[in-house]
Design a protein around this ligand. Structure first.
Ligand code: HSE
Length: 307
């Protein structure tokens, strides 16, 4: 039995302006998974620790992503999956994406890499479809490719890995209330005005340009969402206070991480990211809500092998 243990990273999707298209990968927050190839065809989830998730393959995001991969694989193999969850479900930092991405990346590695990153993203998106009813790629893409990613197109899928300036650090607060992605997607309006669209795509372009030119001020100016954040932020206690505190304490920008309830702040340098974490912690300590705070550099590689 060939086996591999991997780190399956958490991710921050949307990055304010890029709903369903932009995301980035965290370095020190993530799940662990053990994936094995077996001679008995089929997919078996043999163990899940750290979360109450279904072991049935067709109900588990890692299971359906694996089945999507095996459907396209020219060969006979079975797969066994053990999942050690550290990312809480419904946290907004890509918990389901980590499981789907970790599984398909690890199987591809064990099989000698027959599939491209774009194909792996497509398989992992099946997991996202199961989790939220929508096959978005903005968490699974950075989990698989690492760094910052842009989904330029969904049909056909065209994902681009962007430049990732060395000095960027994420501070993420996870208030421990559950906001389901499906619920958080249901508050979004499906029509936007041209004025708002103009502002939003200006910011997407600005953010991508800022990442390439390593212009931290431009990155900060572009972390601005006039379409989704005003609708979703009401689901997150103290959102405006946290965001203001992050900016006042030097963050380049701040917004909802994925579909929430986590809130991210992007900073230049670990010292600022730590100062921002402290300021946010002070605010949340005064509420009744439990929370976790993570400070992470951007993970340039995505899923990785653990020894
Ligand atoms: N782009 C998705 C959303 C990410 O905002 O619904 C979910 O984590």
């Amino acid at each position: 039995m060939k086996s591999i243990k991997v780190f399956a990273p958490a991710t921050v999707a949307n990055l304010s302006c890029g709903f369903d298209v932009l995301g980035c990968c965290l370095d020190n927050v993530g799940d662990e998974m053990v994936i094995s190839l077996t001679s008995t065809p089929g997919v078996k989830i043999t163990k899940i620790e750290g979360a109450d998730l279904p072991l049935e393959t067709h109900k588990n995001v890692a299971g359906v992503a694996t089945e999507a991969l095996l459907d396209k694989y020219n060969g006979d193999t079975g797969v066994e999956i053990e999942i050690y969850k550290k990312i809480k479900a419904g946290s907004g930092i890509g918990s389901s994406a980590a499981s789907s991405a970790g599984a398909v990346w690890a199987i591809n590695n064990l099989l000698g890499n027959p599939f491209t990153a774009q194909e792996l993203i497509q398989f992992a998106m099946e997991g996202e479809k199961l989790a939220s009813g929508n096959a978005h790629a903005d968490n699974v893409a950075p989990a698989i490719m690492g760094g910052f990613t842009l989904v330029r197109s969904y049909t056909p899928l065209d994902v681009i890995k962007l430049n990732s300036p060395e000095d960027l650090f994420m501070t993420v607060i996870h208030p421990q209330i559950e906001v389901k992605t499906s619920d958080s997607r249901s508050v979004i309006k499906h029509k936007v005005t041209l004025n708002k669209a103009i502002e939003q795509w200006g910011n997407v372009g600005g953010l991508v340009a800022g990442l390439y030119t390593e212009d931290y001020d431009l990155i900060g100016r572009s972390l601005n969402d006039v379409i989704i954040e005003p609708l979703r932020s009401i689901l997150i206690p103290e959102f405006d206070t946290i965001k203001n505190a992050a900016i006042t304490n030097g963050a380049l920008g701040s917004g909802i991480s994925g579909s929430g309830p986590s809130v991210f702040a992007l900073s230049k340098g670990i010292d600022t990211a730590t100062k921002v974490a402290k300021a946010i912690e002070d605010i949340y300590s005064k509420t009744e809500i439990s929370f976790d705070i993570h400070i992470s550099k951007i993970n340039p590689d995505g899923v990785r092998v653990l020894n």
